[in-house]
Design a protein. Structure first.
Length: 338
């Protein structure tokens, strides 16, 4: 689907200029124009101040969250931080959805075996969905955001069964959305556990995680989520799912690739501060829509900030999407217009 002319105008305005770009702190524009809505994710490090700074332009808070057990038979209860963030959302009259995933503290990553143990057992599906419905009713969540990642292709049908059962278990008017890893071809979604044709019949929203294209533990240096890769991944999803039910996930953070040792994740503000302290210079890459810098010790950084966000707003508008999803408020520039 080709972008509407307004998106072309915005993209042109943001990728041209009269002088060199500088990586200064910037605020993210509102996304009310065009009807876009923003799902902003709050992780365990997100502060009340960060939520407040972006509250005006946040439609829904996604709060991290709870995880399935290693054996797939149960789900953890929301911890004190998650419940405190839920209270903040309620005070601000914001709908809040609870993230349910398969992240393993033991592995330090998402656990595909836990997904298999869950979705391959009808009894486990029934127990977990019943527990999630109970949590939603008891604590007043607006819905569940399913964040099952590193899914095996053999579990594709089981994931559909799980989401379908969750949909029927939740009270009326509670939403079910699902985070979907980004791939640039339609074939790759099913190969990686996502039967989008069947999932779209059950889900209120598909959140395309159009970030982590590159990262220090799985690739060499590169953009967190480059524009061309995002466009291709979005085009592949729209082959299956109507645009009005898709949110474009956007990174508000960066990564480093040192010559020696392990790289790490940085907030936008921290990435800028590192470059400034090093006396190096950042460069805006208009093709990728992100910032990059090479420090004097050879460390390479890439990050996606407020300027990157503006281009993704134009992309979402041009494709007539439901909205955008920001990961995360603890790392990104604030969602403001000032």
């Amino acid at each position: 689907m080709a972008p509407f002319p307004i998106a072309i105008v915005v993209l042109f305005a943001l990728t041209t200029g009269t002088g060199p770009a500088t990586a200064r702190s910037a605020s993210v524009p509102a996304t009310r124009a065009g009807g876009l809505r923003v799902l902003a994710f709050a992780d365990g490090d997100t502060t009340a101040h960060q939520i407040a700074a972006s509250s005006r332009h946040t439609a829904t808070l996604g709060i991290d969250g709870v995880n399935v057990s290693t054996n797939g038979a149960s789900v953890s209860a929301p911890d004190r931080t998650s419940l405190a963030t839920l209270r903040i959302a309620k005070r601000r009259h914001k709908p809040a959805v609870l993230l349910f995933g398969n992240y393993s503290d033991r592995l330090g990553d998402f656990d595909p075996a836990a997904v298999h143990a869950l979705v391959s057992s009808a009894a486990h599906i029934a127990a977990v969905t019943k527990s999630l419905a109970r949590i939603v009713r008891r604590e007043g969540w607006s819905g569940i955001n399913v964040d099952l990642e590193a899914i095996r292709s053999a579990d594709t049908a089981g994931v559909v069964r799980f989401v379908t059962r969750l949909r029927s278990a939740l009270p009326r008017r509670r939403t079910v959305s699902m985070d979907v890893s980004a791939f640039p071809t339609a074939r790759e979604y099913r190969e990686n556990g996502y039967d989008l044709t069947r999932l779209r019949r059950v889900l209120d929203r598909v959140v395309l995680m159009a970030y982590d294209q590159h990262g220090p533990t799985w690739s060499g240096p590169g953009p967190v989520g480059g524009l061309a890769w995002q466009r291709a991944s979005l085009r592949a999803v729209l082959h299956y799912v109507p645009a009005r039910r898709v949110d474009l996930g956007v990174a508000g953070y960066g990564y480093s690739w040192p010559r020696r040792g392990a790289g790490r994740q940085y907030s936008d503000a921290h990435a800028r501060a590192i470059v400034a302290h090093d006396g190096s210079h950042s460069r805006w890459n208009a093709k990728q829509g992100e910032w990059t810098a090479t420090l004097r010790n050879g460390t390479v950084l890439w990050w996606s900030d407020a300027r990157s966000w503006r281009l993704r707003v134009a992309l979402a508008r041009g494709r007539s999407l439901h909205g955008l999803a920001l990961w995360s408020l603890s790392l990104s520039d604030p969602l403001t217009t000032s």
